[in-house]
Design a protein around this ligand. Structure first.
Ligand code: HEC
Length: 163
């Protein structure tokens, strides 16, 4: 009986004082007190992912216009990967992001795979409108994506023809 009480008390004490896993420190060169919770907290949120969305969506357009279908598909693939990060870090947007992907991004994917220049313009513009619909519906009507008038200059849009 006496022994049982000791074991129980020890168990309870260790349970009560045990540090939650999130408070485990992962010391780095610059911060010896960095905790797992802090590392989790600084994962990219939707705002950060959206900057990437804007960037890739812009590049995708001009790559497709230049018929560099591989570059356009690559941009879309990376955009979807970024979206998956947002679904994990901001689960409240998971459903809306998933249905945006199913209804629009997959259609865009098909057009790129088919290298269909004719359909591309309208599918792209429908997708762009859906981007802005989500901004409005999520309470950010002041965020209105517009396609830049010029192609990005940090990547070549059309590649030199192979000889
Ligand atoms: C699921 C809804 C949703 C969809 C779909 C969506 N966005 Fe967003 N977007 C947001 C929200 C919410 C914000 C504001 C982010 C925040 O408050 O953290 C935002 C912000 C932005 C910003 C501003 C980023 C900044 O901080 O400068 C850009 C640019 C952007 N989105 C582009 C796009 C593009 C391009 C698409 C489509 C390819 C798209 N978004 C699709 C919800 C969405």
């Amino acid at each position: 009986m006496y022994q049982k009480t000791i074991i129980l008390t020890t168990l309870l004490t260790s349970l009560l004082t045990a540090q939650p896993l999130s408070q485990t420190t992962v010391p780095t060169k610059h911060n010896p007190n960095l905790t797992l919770a802090q590392i989790a907290e600084i994962q990219p949120g939707l705002g950060t992912i959206m900057i990437e969305f804007g960037h890739r969506f812009h590049t995708l357009y001009y790559a497709a216009k230049a018929r560099n279908w591989d570059l356009a598909s690559y941009q879309l693939h990376e955009l979807i990967e970024a979206q998956e990060v947002a679904e994990t870090t901001r689960p409240k947007y998971q459903e809306a992001l998933k249905s945006f992907e199913d209804e629009h991004l997959h259609r865009l994917q098909t057009v790129l795979q088919e290298q269909n220049s004719q359909k591309f313009e309208s599918v792209y513009m429908e997708t762009l409108n859906a981007c802005n619909r989500c901004h409005k519906e999520s309470g950010h009507p002041y965020i209105h994506y517009q396609l830049p008038k010029e192609p990005p200059t940090f990547l070549k849009m059309s590649l030199p023809k192979e000889k």
